[in-house]
Write a protein that binds this ligand. Structure first.
Ligand code: MG
Length: 392
């Protein structure tokens, strides 16, 4: 069963680097305060058992005005705001303490000024916290980094391959991070990863997203506004097709589910034809290669891979272009196994992997009237369509 996941959104800062007349999290952006976009994006990513925003006591009116702009969905699990402390660290601790009685298993801690957390990122955060206890999103560093002394002289150049730029949501087992905050000795740790590390926990990283912008300057705010207001008028439809042959086995991976069967599908990965066709449909809509070009079958690291990796990657490519996935439509062609009994679970699973609501995901199945290779039960074929909207 899925974990009870809560969310703490930190929005108590004064924004000293920002320079506007309002703290940046309340700066108007595309018609709403920035924090309203952040909360809306998180609510769209998954249902949280509780959402607590940590605000500065002076900002109550600004916060209430921001709430007035939220959808019912984004307001549904909001608790009373927590009032922050003198530092980010103190604010997070107060937010966590406010959720103590709600007994979440996992908590995500997110910056109020990061308005683009994608559903895929949120999902990765939760999975990582479930598996590792403490995990944060990170992206590779592309600039060369130099270490300098107080007089601006270069004193070191850390190996770039070992460096990561870290983001939020940072994700933890709730008890672990609350306990780490309560025991923290240092008062100004830079983030929750540092708090967990000081308490002796190993903190892992998972894949962050370049699109997960943190608004720090006016220029960042302008970029966020441009992204939020870009009309997604460039509507694309992509097609994907895939076939895998049966071999002896005890079940097939299909649409992200394992279905018991007297055969399995042979292939380099888990041979999930539905997810392969869907990923290719999305790559097709983007005119961005195919599964084989992104995940070469000659690369041994994809041997036996779960095909959800491919679909998540394709969806991420849409988001990186500032687009949205509108619709997925799959047709499986086989005599067996029977798809009908699993259709709704398959829709839900594909929707979850792709980060869309289930009403945007269709699964259909047909036989080929015992004709051809599918009719002879030699394998399964799958057709897929993806509709994508890009800025334009
Ligand atoms: Mg395939």
């Amino acid at each position: 069963m899925a974990s009870r996941v809560s969310l703490v959104v930190v929005a108590a800062g004064r924004g000293s680097r920002f320079g506007g007349s309002l703290p940046k999290q309340y700066a108007p952006c595309a018609g709403k305060p920035l924090i309203a976009h952040t909360l809306e994006a998180l609510a769209g990513a998954r249902e949280f058992c509780a959402v607590t925003v940590v605000i500065h006591p002076d900002d109550r009116e600004l916060y209430d005005a921001a709430l007035a702009q939220l959808s019912d969905r984004a307001r549904a699990t909001l608790t009373e705001p927590a009032f922050g402390g003198a530092t980010r660290q103190a604010s997070v601790r107060l937010g966590l303490e406010a959720q103590r009685g709600l007994e979440p298993e996992i908590v995500l801690i997110h910056d109020g000024a990061r308005p683009f957390p994608s559903p895929a990122l949120v999902e990765r955060a939760i999975r990582a916290a479930e598996a590792k206890g403490a995990a944060i999103p990170a992206t590779p560093v592309t600039d060369t980094i130099k270490q300098v002394d107080g007089e601006g002289r270069i004193v070191g150049a850390p190996e770039r391959a070992a460096l990561r730029a870290v983001q939020t949501p940072q994700a933890f087992r709730f008890d672990l991070i609350l306990d780490a905050h309560l025991r923290a000795q240092s008062a100004e740790l830079t983030d929750d990863a540092a708090v967990a590390a000081e308490a002796g926990h190993i903190v892992h990283v998972f894949e962050g997203e370049a699109a997960n912008l943190k608004v720090t300057t006016m220029k960042d705010l302008a970029e966020a506004e441009a992204r939020l207001t870009a009309p997604l008028n460039d509507v694309r439809v992509g097609q994907g097709f895939d076939v895998h042959a049966f071999e002896d086995g005890d079940g097939v991976w299909l649409g992200g589910l394992f279905l018991a069967h007297d055969k399995k599908l042979s292939g380099h990965s888990d041979a999930d034809v539905a997810l392969h066709a869907l990923a290719d449909a999305i790559y097709g809509a983007l005119a961005d290669g195919d599964i084989g070009s992104h995940f070469p079958p000659t690369d041994p690291q994809w041997r036996g891979a779960r095909s959800e990796i491919f679909l998540r990657h394709a969806v991420q490519r849409v988001r990186e272009r500032g687009g949205e996935l509108s619709h997925l439509d799959v047709t499986l062609v086989c005599e067996a196994p029977k798809i009908g009994p699993h259709r709704e679970a398959m829709r839900a699973r594909i929707a979850e992997i792709a980060g869309v609501t289930i009403d945007r995901c269709a699964v259909k199945a047909t036989t080929s009237e015992r004709l051809g290779f599918t009719g002879r039960k030699e394998g399964i074929a799958c057709f897929a369509l993806a509709t994508v909207r890009l800025p334009g």
